[in-house]
Design a protein around this ligand. Structure first.
Ligand code: A8S
Length: 177
């Protein structure tokens, strides 16, 4: 793979410091540019993250590192809001990273890195495919195990990437009409 940036996913997480980490990989039948056009919008994560109901950029322009957004989540989750900082937004390498710096939820010191990787689709379909790799590290909340934390966060990330895939695939299909 010529454009791999897997080193971005090497989070520092030790076994004693009560953190957990994981990585979710999803392949999408849409071009890397289409997938990136959705992901890169730090100001509009609710475009594909179904657990979010609103987002406002409160510091910066949503492109410069250090920008902050405040998101509110739908009811039924053990959380209400989150304040998130843009750590990396690299349009060339297609790498994005955010960290959670505040809010009303249980995921302290959360940081995620998302990278996109171009694939050649040899399934007879036209056009390119994309592999999305999203890794994270987070503190294990008081009263929970590492395993419980990983299951909870993996579920959210998997839902987000599934929805991202659907939206990107539909966008690309519409373009090819
Ligand atoms: C993301 C990833 C995560 C978001 C989590 C893990 C969150 O927005 C939700 C529920 C929570 O309990 C924590 O890429 C928090 O958005 C949906 C509010 C942070």
């Amino acid at each position: 793979v010529p454009d791999n940036h897997f080193h971005y996913h090497t989070h520092p997480a030790g076994p004693n410091n009560n953190q957990c980490c994981s990585v979710i990989v999803r392949s999408i039948s849409a071009s890397i540019d289409t997938v990136w056009s959705i992901i890169r919008r730090f100001d509009n994560p609710q475009a594909y993250k179904n657990f979010l109901k609103s987002c406002h950029v409160i510091v910066g322009d949503g492109k410069v590192v250090g920008s902050l957004r405040e998101v509110h989540v739908i009811t039924g989750l053990p959380a209400a809001s989150s304040i998130e900082r843009l750590e990396i937004l690299d349009d060339e390498k297609k790498v994005m990273s955010i960290s959670i710096v505040g809010g009303d939820h249980r995921l302290n010191n959360y940081r995620s890195v998302t990278t996109l990787h171009r694939t050649a689709e040899d399934d007879g379909g036209d056009g390119d495919g994309t592999v999305v790799v999203e890794s994270y590290v987070v503190d294990v909340p008081q009263g929970n195990t590492k395993e419980e934390t990983r299951v909870f966060v993996d579920t959210i990330v998997r839902c987000n990437l599934q929805s991202l895939g659907q939206i990107a695939e539909n966008l690309d299909k519409a373009k090819n009409i």
